[in-house]
Design a protein. Structure first.
Length: 120
């Protein structure tokens, strides 16, 4: 059997990851069957391994992790990250508004001295 036939790939011999007829796709489907309930298996939940990556990046964005760090971890640049995943960011307006308000607050803290200052 040729490598292309074994991996159900085009002539350039790159395996088509997740393709239902490929070894990769069969292994992924077996893992879904072992891990998921029947209802979950019928859903689009983690239908492809790539879906887990998308879920992770979406989670990190919604958790407030800086876009620069997420882009580094995902192997994107920030422009690509935000173009692809900006629609996933949800419900952060209140937290963003509070950070802006906090940054603009003109009242200094009551005690600006450090512990070292108090020992002198």
């Amino acid at each position: 059997m040729s490598l292309a036939a074994e991996f159900d790939s085009p002539a350039d011999r790159r395996p088509r990851r997740g393709h239902p007829g490929s070894a990769y796709g069969a292994t992924w489907q077996a893992a879904r069957t072992a891990a998921f309930t029947v209802a979950q298996q019928a859903s689009p939940l983690a239908r492809r391994a790539y879906d887990l990556r998308h879920a992770a990046v979406s989670l990190w964005l919604n958790a407030g992790v800086p876009a620069t760090e997420i882009a580094r971890r995902a192997g994107h640049n920030v422009a690509v990250l935000l173009r692809v995943y900006a629609h996933c960011i949800d419900g952060q307006a209140d937290a963003a508004n509070q950070r802006i308000t906090d940054a603009l607050t003109t009242d200094p803290p009551d005690d600006q001295s450090t512990p070292d200052d108090k020992q002198s």
